[in-house]
Design a protein around this ligand. Structure first.
Ligand SMILES: NC(=O)C1=CN([C@@H]2O[C@H](COP(=O)(O)OP(=O)(O)OC[C@H]3O[C@@H](n4cnc5c(N)ncnc54)[C@H](OP(=O)(O)O)[C@@H]3O)[C@@H](O)[C@H]2O)C=CC1
Ligand SMILES: O=C1CO[C@H](CO)[C@@H](O)[C@@H]1O
Length: 280
């Protein structure tokens, strides 16, 4: 199992990263960051919305981590979309993170009225060297099809809500067909899937936890993951998923748990974008 993936722009991204949502004090960030880094995580997923880019930047400095040893993802929030607004937001993120480049910059949620100009700002920021890779988050196929009509280059990553109760099979297949890596947010459904009996029985077979089974399922489907935990034990557990393999039958059993059940918003319902393509 490869721990990194080559994105369609040629950059290398870790398949497993660390989610930082809710790590909103320096103490929480320092503790989780140190544990995650020591346990081998190299990708850290932040966002302006999380109000912790500065905390992440401080932790990287505090623990003397070389910039090139870390892969930083951050996101442009809804209220800062638009061409100039996005370019300004990128400067803010660079300053918060205390760095001169972002490894992967995502549009956090699609906003129809600012759709193309926000993407154009990401493309220009990439040309200017402020961002290495550009992508989107919470985009359905319809958003990607729409973007394709004007984009100079397409996103290399689509970060979407994805877990066994929201398996997103059609979108993942579409992303693949467009050379877009799907990255799962809430890969464990924020914990909601971890008591599932089918997952529990598969976990018992492998002497693993249900969290480890779910994370492994994502990787075996080619989906990148960014699990979050504040606990040293669980940070370690979530990384200890490379010494077992799920059979085709077990993969199928997990695929069939899908209920199209979201914990977060459905972007199309919220933003009323016209869509001609199925969402599931
Ligand atoms: N692009 C977007 O719109 C979004 C992006 N994200 C990103 O995705 C990341 C991950 O998603 P998130 O919503 O945090 O959900 P996750 O699926 O990663 O679940 C996190 C929850 O599960 C618990 N947990 C973690 N590991 C285990 C384990 N091994 N056993 C039992 N419980 C566990 C955590 O508790 P504890 O901390 O106590 O271990 C926490 O409550 C976020 O941190 C953020 O970076 C998230 C939402 C939306
Ligand atoms: O990144 C995020 C963190 O979680 C929030 C609450 O579900 C999401 O809305 C947001 O997109």
């Amino acid at each position: 199992m490869e721990k990194n993936i080559k994105l369609s722009d040629g950059n290398i991204m870790p398949m497993e990263g660390f989610g930082t949502y809710k790590l909103d004090t320096q103490e929480k960030m320092d503790t989780a960051f140190k544990s995650a880094y020591e346990n081998g995580y190299r990708l850290f997923d932040s966002a302006q919305l999380y109000k912790n880019e500065d905390l992440l930047g401080n932790s990287i400095k505090k623990f003397n981590i070389k910039r090139e040893n870390i892969f930083i993802t951050t996101k442009i929030p809804e209220n800062k979309q638009g061409y100039e607004e996005t370019l300004n937001a990128i400067e803010e993120s660079l300053s918060n993170l205390q760095t001169n480049y972002i490894d992967l910059l995502l549009i956090h949620w699609p906003i129809h009225s600012k759709f193309f100009e926000t993407w154009r700002a990401l493309e220009d920021a990439k040309i200017a060297g402020k961002v290495k890779s550009i992508g989107v988050s919470n985009y359905h196929r319809a958003h990607l099809e729409l973007l394709k009509t004007q984009a100079r280059e397409m996103p290399v990553v689509n970060q979407i809500e994805n877990h066994p109760y929201l398996s997103q099979a059609a979108l993942i297949e579409y992303d693949k067909s467009q050379n877009i890596v799907t990255q799962a947010w809430s890969p464990m459904g924020r914990g909601s899937v971890l008591k599932d009996e089918v997952l529990q029985s598969i976990a018992n077979t492998h002497n693993k936890s249900t969290a480890q089974v779910v994370l492994r399922w994502h990787l075996q489907r080619g989906v990148a993951i960014i699990p979050k935990s504040k606990s040293d034990k669980r940070i370690q557990e979530n990384q200890n998923i490379y010494d077992f393999e799920l059979s085709d039958k077990e993969m199928e059993m997990i695929n069939s748990l899908n209920k199209n059940q979201r914990n977060g918003d459905d972007p199309e319902l919220v933003y009323e974008i016209e869509h001609q393509y199925p969402t599931h």
